[in-house]
Design a protein around this ligand. Structure first.
Ligand SMILES: C[S@@+](CC[C@H](N)C(=O)[O-])C[C@H]1O[C@@H](n2cnc3c(N)ncnc32)[C@H](O)[C@@H]1O
Length: 435
């Protein structure tokens, strides 16, 4: 199955083709596809084929064609905060893309028949978390994979907002799949050679729509040879409330990402602020997250004109920061740091602090801070004038190249590395990144 769109040279090329052919139709899905390189889920020797619209099978490892995954991702109507179950989760490619959309307050579970494939998926996931720049640009719900036959899920299992089945479902198992779904939830599965989208509209009602004609290998049936050898039921991973430590990490990374302007999530729904899971019932983890401090307590993103006011690298830097009221504040200037530090924040944080003080009527401090800001603006003007005299075309070009390099850098990782924190804490904030 596949071959519906032209082959790409690389991942971006493949996604361009899928978009052009209307398989990818929404920004959210497009971003998830661009963030994960399909080639990373291939064995090295076969990677060259990863950007063709073709399925790939090697031993137990099996990836569906990109046009199918595009239809699945669109058909699932994913949003932040939803719970997702992948039946036949394979390499984890699809689950990882879903994790970028459902975000840290979603749930992301997968069941896969083959132990070696689950091990492969776990390796790929670890590689993504440790080495991909996309991991720092998005908020993420890590998939959890279990080994087992997805037709043997224990009867007392929780239900999910979104379910995908990656292998052909027999008509006999249609109801089994449908009851795993929450009311309001969406199930996408291949059944009778049609990729079908089923929405649970009530306790006993579902609506069904065919999306695409497909040909899938069938789900492996239960190994229930006789009653005596009845296999154990497959237990899905528990849905647990996030620890305070985890929540702190999520919020610190989110705050840094927003302040540094290095993320893709500024215009995303975050799934915990009421714009996430809409009409469907909230999952326990999501509900617990909703009780946690919401993004509304974060400082609003700085207005665009302030971000544009870029300062030169020779500017004064601070190396002490305090987290207060969800804002990063530098209590006092301490030292000069190089360009790799958290450029741009200190001025903005200081201004925000000054504005806050002004609102609270703390005049004395406001005056002091305002003076500092004014001095800095003068300093900046001076630099600009000197720059105007000194800078030739070549230097301007070098500056532009420098800006480009900075844009390409992994902003969040650099920010965390520049924080005056113990190494172990930085490693925790980086999810033990090796890159
Ligand atoms: C086309 S692959 C899915 C690939 C997956 N979507 C990915 O992102 O890599 C289908 C997967 O379903 C698994 N599978 C087949 N029957 C199964 C069953 N009864 N229970 C669990 N997994 C099953 C296969 O081992 C295979 O990995």
């Amino acid at each position: 199955m596949g071959g519906a769109v032209s082959a790409g040279e690389d991942n971006d090329d493949l996604i361009d083709n899928l978009k052009e052919a209307q398989y990818i139709r929404t920004d959210r899905v497009e971003r998830a596809f661009r963030a994960i390189d399909r080639g990373d889920y291939y064995l090295d020797d076969y990677r060259d084929n990863a950007y063709k619209d073709l399925a790939w099978k090697h031993g137990n490892i099996h990836l569906s064609a990109p046009c199918i995954y595009s239809e699945v991702m669109e058909g699932l109507r994913l949003r932040p905060g939803l719970s997702f179950l992948n039946l036949g989760s394979g390499t984890g490619y699809l689950s990882t893309m879903v994790g970028l959309i459902v975000g840290p307050f979603g749930v992301n579970h997968g069941v896969e028949l083959h132990k070696d494939v689950v091990e492969y998926a776990r390796e790929k996931l670890e590689d993504f978390i440790k080495n991909s720049d996309s991991f720092d640009k998005f908020e993420f719900c890590e998939p959890v994979f279990v080994v087992g036959n997805c037709l043997e899920i224990s009867a007392d299992s929780h239900q999910y907002d979104r379910i995908y089945c990656g292998a052909g479902v027999q008509k006999d198992h249609e109801n089994y799949m449908k009851v795993l779904l929450q009311i309001g939830g969406v199930l996408v599965m291949p059944i009778e050679d049609q990729l079908t989208q089923i929405t649970r509209t009530g306790q006993c009602t579902w609506e069904s729509k065919n999306i695409l004609a497909v040909s899938f290998a069938p789900l492996v049936q239960q190994s229930r040879a006789d009653g005596a050898n009845k296999p154990d039921s497959v237990r899905l991973p528990p849905v647990s409330v996030r620890s305070l430590q985890d929540l702190s990490r999520i919020y610190i990374r989110r705050t840094l990402r927003r302040l540094g302007g290095g993320g893709d999530d500024d215009d995303w729904d975050w799934g915990i602020d009421g714009r996430g899971p809409g009409p469907t019932q909230r999952h326990p983890a999501t509900t617990a997250a909703a009780a946690a401090p919401t993004p509304q307590t974060l400082p609003p993103p700085p207005p665009p004109q302030k971000r544009k006011r870029r300062r030169r690298c020779s500017r004064r830097r601070f190396n002490a920061y305090v987290f207060g009221d969800s804002q990063l504040i530098n209590p006092k200037p301490q030292a000069k740091l190089g360009c790799g530090s958290i450029g741009g924040w200190e001025e903005e944080a200081e201004e925000a602090e000054a504005e806050g003080r002004e609102e609270r009527g703390e005049e004395g401090e406001t005056t002091t801070t305002t003076t500092t800001v004014e001095e800095e603006e003068e300093e900046e003007e001076e630099v600009m004038v000197v720059g105007g005299e000194e800078e030739g075309e070549g230097e301007r070009e070098r500056d532009m190249a420098e800006v480009e390099t900075l844009k390409q850098a992994n902003v969040l990782r650099d920010q965390i590395m520049a924080l005056p924190l113990p190494e172990s804490l930085k490693a925790y904030l980086l999810y033990y990144r090796e890159k």
